[in-house]
Design a protein around this ligand. Sequence first.
Ligand SMILES: Cc1ncc(COP(=O)(O)O)c(C=O)c1O
Length: 386
Amino acid sequence: MCVLNSKKRLVLSKNWNHQLEDRKKLGLFRQLHPRVDSSALNLAGNDYLLHSKNPEIIEAACQAARDWGCSSTGSPLVSGYTAIHQDLEKLLSEWYGNRPVLVWNTGYAINQCVLSQVPEVGDLILADRLIHNSMIQGILKSSAKFKRYDHLNLDRLEQLLEQNREHSGQLFVVTESVFSMDGDYPDLKRIAHLKSIYDFKWILDEAHAVGWYGNNGSGLAEELGVLDQVDILIGTMGKSVGSMGAYMVLREDWERDYWINYAGEFIYSTYLSPMSVGASIRSIQMIQKNKIRMEVQTLSRKIRSLLVSIGCSEIGQGDSPILPIFIGDEHRCLEIADHLKKNKIFVGAIRPPTVPKGTSRLRISLNSQLKENDISRFVSILQEIL
Ligand SMILES: Cc1ncc(COP(=O)(O)O)c(C=O)c1O
């Protein structure tokens, strides 16, 4: 809570200081640590194809800056939407079967805006318990009712759909494909099948699946052939694409017009830099061309087997780029991450409130360029400390 003191200056509430002290005691205090060593092995970022460092993509960003400047110069409705932004939208639209697409600055803004504005009073949102904070924040602002089902538990989702079959308002099902902190994903084919039985709108966040799955690399919905069933798909360019920005894939052109007219987060913010747009275009073209999806998924399974072989069995399963190693205790989790950092390996130490209490974990982000010796160095240091 912000309060005004007697001199009418904005100050932080004293109570906040106590809250911060509590976090320190519990091993949950968050701090910014600049990454200073760009040569260290980064297993914490989301640059799953290492496209952020690809020379061709960097050159595309530079060319866009030479053509358009470093800034888009304004909000999209005024001066920020340039021909290069339009090119990116066209490319994205073709990637998703010529559906209407709108590019935003961040996936966080899209999720928050969509979930707060689309479901209305009388509607019911059914969401996976572990959906990303951006969607939760949107749902909390929405006037619709909200029920969560246990993570990936589609039997429970089906039960809730059955129980609410006669619900007078619209039903919504909200999930990520690849979950950001667990790296697992629901059976999207089953959700698509449920959609053929029950009347709901499906909102799917593919942030961590783009570039890693799908014959053309557009994500897991493409890979599993369920794109047509998704009503609003959210993708980001800050992960595998190695750039920044995000997009929504819609059904109708008028839906795109709606967001351009009514989404404050979209309208009143300086639009995405041409450099990010130029990088995204080149990166997506490379994703479409370089069919390395099977290889990266195999790499993901191989590293998991390797960890199990050294006795590290509390890990997330699957073939996504996100591999959680469950530690449980917050302090211990930090200690292991610090030890790895001293050995020039960055991993995420993910603790509550980002993840449920008792499930603190090292979040290992894989990338397609990982070398055998990087993997064995990481595994042996981990073995040492575990
Ligand atoms: C599942 C998920 N959705 C959305 C976002 C937000 O995307 P952006 O980084 O473009 O704001 C994130 C970011 O980490 C995420 O993990």
